[in-house]
Design a protein around this ligand. Structure first.
Ligand SMILES: [Mg+2]
Length: 340
């Protein structure tokens, strides 16, 4: 930046670093979305297209900002979790917040025609945002539990409310009055007895919101035979492509599935191709002595081959959209990298 006599104004820019070693959660929220959804004739109580568009915009954020490892969305809001040790924009609050907000908003507008092909945008939608820091795993888990509980409470209310209006013939004031003071069980009962709706059968997207995480890499099973060139002691992604079989999605989380053998892609006509299949990293690799007669291994190379890559940190790979329980332990236990 060139120096001029005006450059002193730069000293007015104050640093706004976020505390190190804390989890950052950025929540964006639609501005005046009652008006926006009315203007664009969203379906009540849930508009599948609108919710999918929100998911798509959140995916855009995760695609651009790798340190965002988890996103949770409901209605017109989305929350993004950044890694505790993230150094994104040197942890400058205004940079992180404005980047997430603008990527989300521009993605929402960019993908609008895909989800609403016959509804032109009437005016530019906008969102506001905030970043909150959380010191430990407990608060992060409670934060996302809070948002999912909110999803459930709001969706149950809205589902009964719009049933009373659209099917029950009440006006909005009458529906609010009918629901005033009712507890969850009474709302379920109204839905069931008056409208024949079992709330628990409604789509999980509506009841649980959307959770975006990246898929962990699948362990790569390596097939080798005693006649083939010796594989590394710890098979890795560097194994030749033609001897790697894909594992099903479930394999990464299930030790039993991860050790399942898959058919060898090698031509069955090969006389001495006795395939040995093992998976990395859960399966015990063959010891060096098993290969001793093929080629003695030098100590230095052995050490190099045994070097393990760092654990996967959730910042690479494809994003998947889930509609599952984020309150119970299972979600977090299956994804330990989220709170690392
Ligand atoms: Mg809002």
């Amino acid at each position: 930046m060139a120096n001029s006599r005006f450059a002193y104004v730069r000293s007015f820019e104050l640093p706004d670093p976020l505390l190190p070693s804390t989890y950052m959660v950025c929540r964006i929220d639609g501005r005046s979305f009652h008006r926006f959804t009315d203007a664009h004739v969203f379906e009540k109580p849930n508009d599948e297209r609108g919710l999918r568009l929100m998911d798509k915009a959140a995916e855009g954020v995760m695609h651009e900002l790798r340190d965002v490892v988890l996103a949770f969305g409901e209605s017109d809001e989305f929350s993004f979790l950044l890694r505790k040790d993230s150094t994104l924009y040197s942890r400058r609050q205004s940079k992180i917040l404005s980047a997430i907000l603008s990527i989300f908003t521009s993605s929402y507008v960019f993908h609008w025609p895909t989800f609403f092909p016959s509804t032109p945008l009437q005016y530019p939608p906008s969102f506001d945002a905030r970043i909150v820091l959380y010191p430990s795993e407990k608060e992060v888990r409670d934060y996302f539990a809070w948002r999912q509980a909110d999803t459930h409470i709001n969706n149950l209310y809205n589902t009964v409310f719009w049933a009373l209006v659209l099917k029950g013939g009440l006006d909005t004031a009458g529906a609010h009055a009918e629901l005033r003071g009712t507890v969850s069980a009474q709302k379920h009962e109204i839905l069931h007895s008056r409208f024949g709706v079992n709330y628990n059968n409604l789509p999980e997207r509506y009841r649980k919101g959307s959770i975006l995480v990246r898929k962990p890499p699948e362990p790569a099973p390596v097939v080798h035979s005693m006649t083939a060139p010796r594989p590394p002691l710890h098979p890795s992604a560097s194994a030749p492509a033609e001897v790697v079989s894909p594992l099903p999605d479930a394999a990464w989380s299930s030790p039993s599935a991860a050790s399942t053998s898959y058919p060898s892609p090698l031509p069955s006509a090969e006389p001495f191709a006795l395939p040995v299949v093992f998976s990395s990293p859960n399966t015990t690799a063959p010891s060096a002595s098993e290969f001793a007669e093929v080629e003695p291994r030098k100590e230095g190379k052995e050490k190099k081959a045994r070097r393990q890559p760092p654990p996967w940190d959730g910042t690479s790979g494809d994003v998947e959209v889930l509609h599952v329980d984020i309150i119970r332990d299972e979600f977090w236990e299956e994804r330990p990298w989220l709170l690392r």
